[in-house]
Design a protein around this ligand. Sequence first.
Ligand SMILES: [Zn+2]
Length: 372
Amino acid sequence: MSEVLYRKYRPQDFGEIVGQKSVVEVLRASILKNRISHAYLFSGPAGTGKTTVARIFARATNCLNRSSTSEAFPKSNFGLPCNKCEICVEFLSGVGLDLVEIDAASSRGIDEIRALRDGIRSLPFKAKYKVYIIDEVHMLTKEAFNALLKTLEEPPAHVIFILATTELEKVLDTIISRTQHFEFRKIGEEDIQKALDMIVKKEKIKVDEEILNIISVLSSGSLRDAESMLDQALAASAGELEPEQIRKLFGVPARDLLLGMTKAILAGDIKSALGIVHKSSEEGVDQKSFLKLLIRNFRFMLYLKVDPNYEKELASFISDSELAAMKNFTKENDIKKFETVLNNLNDAYPLLKIAYLQQLPLELAILKIVGQ
Ligand SMILES: [Zn+2]
């Protein structure tokens, strides 16, 4: 595989965007109604699709084959760029004079913003709108920020700004107030798993569901991280991917370790629980992954306890044996128990950042759970 997966499978139209349903709907509707703003701000965690959506939006607003009414397109396709016309092709190749991408993280933007100030006065070369995508806009220098602010005060009708940031709190209020703001959220585990599943099918690689599930849990809502983990996993394996091998690669606790820990915690067996923590650190398990997976499992069990029908939903993305084990645990314990466990594990999670020993937050959580 020469090309990394996240580039190869970067969504090319709104329909392919994973998660971000409400953002995509509003943007598509604004295209349909021809109500385009001149400045947008996309904020949210890395790897959630901000730049990808910005590029699709840039094409969609300029596409020569796009109809502005829903009649010409099946309703599900309205507002999509054709990705075939002259403008779409130019924008897709990244060389178009009417699409300018500035990465403020690497350039800090002074020269670019100055060029932008000059550039926006002239009309687009071919497209209807000149589109400026400014990534990590919070990284701009003060001078560049001020220059940008001036241009945002009176943007010409033929210009669209799309500003993106992972750190909204660092963006000046005066910038935020001049833009239409969209918040991108972390992508759900199930959506990520579905996206990975689609990729491995297209790549014709056999990958165990369990591996895709592990990766989607560890990626913490970033599809880009999930895709690069899948890249790593594929690079590390010669033939078929073995779940245990992948667990080792990412420092994920083996399944019996997780199961053993769940059992020990619920039984109030401090000795076994601490023994498992010790074993996990000796085996090189990443404590953050360990805690994450425990929280995930206990949360699933809480849902199962409250509504047994949740089983159907769970069955679509966790393995049968995992589900069977969870069902057993929910039979033997009450809601209060799951609440206590979740409360303490959740409190332990942020402590990982400051803990002297990575195992300590989990060890202390175990003591608290059992003491209650
Ligand atoms: Zn087009």
